[in-house]
Ligand binder design. Structure first.
Ligand SMILES: Cc1cc2nc3c(=O)[nH]c(=O)nc-3n(C[C@H](O)[C@H](O)[C@H](O)COP(=O)(O)OP(=O)(O)OC[C@H]3O[C@@H](n4cnc5c(N)ncnc54)[C@H](O)[C@@H]3O)c2cc1C
Length: 460
């Protein structure tokens, strides 16, 4: 009899594992339980869908459900929620349209993702208060902006004209661009002194100036206290003042969906995500976890970390699929937390460890230097400045991380640094990299090389 590989969650991590396991072992029974309607979707595209740059929600689906069922021979069951795991009995409890049942497994993958944090503010349940994490939420929001849904008894009986965004993280800022593109007046409220905390202050300040140029009403160091309204939200109270808003988007981060695992006494790490080893295994050898619900190992510090991003999920899912289907233990790989985000006309990126307190906690003596360099040769038309902040360890010269911002050439340059981090390079190693040059793409000394040169001067 063939083995049964059960997967909980049908998006990036889950479906990558299902496809890879099936390719490796066509006789393996692969069963995926997904509680929602959609599988293998790109939530990353939601801001651009809401903005209107992507017309159809179906365009966000990478592989349709039928293809998994008919061509890849995956037993994919949508509208099935796994409500319990029995690691000793090797079975899961499933609630489906026809009731509850037990499903035995030989190997189990928990790929339950993360959920948007819903802070316990007064007024959080008012109509017109949204989060942005799933395709149905994206569809609903786009419909509301187009006037397809308004609350009949509410103060707001027209499509919203203004939005207050709570949280200046990357989803909040991508949505600021989307709402602005739809013609709304946009305010952003951030309780910290700067937006985009994981990208560092030097980069954040450039982003903040740009947001103001785009007429985003930015409130930094301003904690939101409550949402105001009877049925429908009409404003928010923040920093002791009341601000009018026709709708509110809450984007204050995500929590790993680790309760299912915790209830089964699968270990959850300090980050709140499921603790795993280098192969994505939990403390039970036949129970794996991957994606936004799981921890990964930071390539710079070697410590467990939780950075919920798409490639991490896809990569870990695929590796676990290889392990289960192929039979050889396959490492899920370390992560540098490399991220890039578009904020109106800016590319903003980060990788590795850039905050000094985090570096010190990991035993480094961090030194950082921020430089500004042109994105093209000085005589070539159309260039713009790139700000780069590089961080290294004083004693060893080991490169620790970088953040960058500019109108062009940032998304690719951050990958040079990410590659260097994975290779364990020093600042000097980076300084002597043979990087490309032609006037339309950069100065002779690429901005990454210049940043490394300047930082090395600080280390000597
Ligand atoms: C608006 C937005 C923009 C983003 N932009 C980017 C970006 O630009 N770059 C980037 O790298 N990442 C981005 N991300 C993050 C990226 O989408 C996630 O990292 C990725 O989707 C994680 O995949 P996953 O499979 O781990 O989890 P998820 O995509 O969350 O999928 C988990 C699935 O499990 C299902 N599930 C949960 N519990 C159960 C259960 N008990 N039973 C059955 N099914 C269950 C859920 O319904 C869900 O479908 C963005 C996310 C959002 C919301």
């Amino acid at each position: 009899m063939s083995d049964t590989f059960v997967i909980v969650g049908g998006d990036a991590a889950g479906m990558s594992a299902a496809s890879k396991a099936k390719r490796e072992d066509p006789d393996l029974d692969v069963i995926v339980f997904e509680k929602g309607e959609w599988v293998s979707y790109g939530a990353c595209g939601l801001p651009y869908y809401v903005k209107g740059e992507i017309e159809d929600i179906e365009d966000l689906v990478a592989v349709p459900a039928e293809e998994f069922r008919e061509e890849r021979d995956v037993d994919l069951r949508t509208h099935h929620e796994v409500t319990g795991i029995d690691p000793d009995g090797k079975s899961v409890t499933v609630e489906g349209p026809d009731g509850s049942f037990e499903q035995p497994y030989d190997e189990l993958l928990i790929a339950t993702g993360a959920s948007a944090i819903v802070p316990p503010f007064d007024g959080i349940d008012l109509d017109g208060v949204y989060t942005m994490h799933s395709l149905p939420e994206g569809e609903r929001l786009k419909g509301i902006l187009g006037g397809e849904e308004t609350h009949p008894d509410a103060e707001i009986s027209h499509p919203p004209e203004s939005v207050a965004i709570v949280g200046g993280g990357y989803i909040g800022l991508e949505m600021a661009e989307a709402f602005s593109g739809r013609g709304l007046d946009v305010s952003v409220f951030e309780m910290l002194p700067h937006v985009l905390q994981p990208f560092g202050t030097d980069v954040a300040e450039v982003v903040e100036d740009h947001l103001r140029e785009q007429e985003v009403d930015l409130h930094l160091d301003t904690a939101v206290e409550r949402f105001v309204g009877d049925d429908h939200v009409t404003g928010i109270e923040a920093g002791g003042e009341t601000f009018d808003a026709d709708m509110v988007l809450v984007g204050v981060g995500v929590d790993a969906n680790s309760d299912l695992a915790a209830d089964a006494e699968v270990d959850v790490g300090e980050t709140g995500a499921i603790a795993t080893d280098e192969y994505g295994r939990t403390k039970y050898e036949d129970v794996f976890a991957a994606g936004d619900c799981a921890e990964a190992t930071n390539v710079v510090t070697g410590d467990p970390t939780h950075v919920p991003l798409a490639l991490t999920a896809n990569r870990a899912g695929r590796a676990i699929g290889q392990t289960v289907g192929g039979g050889d233990l396959t490492e899920v790989g370390d992560i540098a937390g490399t991220a890039v985000v578009k904020v109106f006309d800016l590319e903003v990126a980060r990788t590795g460890v850039i905050h000094h307190d985090e570096a010190e906690e990991a035993g480094f003596d961090p030194v950082s230097k921020t430089i500004k360099a042109p994105s093209r040769a000085h005589y070539y038309p159309g260039g713009s400045p790139i700000t780069i902040r590089l961080t290294a360890d004083r004693e060893s010269g080991k490169l620790l991380g970088a953040s960058m911002v500019g109108e062009e050439g940032v998304a690719n340059r951050i990958d040079t640094v990410a590659t260097a981090l994975h290779a364990g390079m020093t600042v000097e190693d980076v300084e002597y990299l043979d990087l490309s040059y032609a006037p339309p793409f950069g100065p002779t000394w690429d901005p990454v090389l210049t940043a490394a040169k300047v930082l090395r001067g600080q280390l000597d």
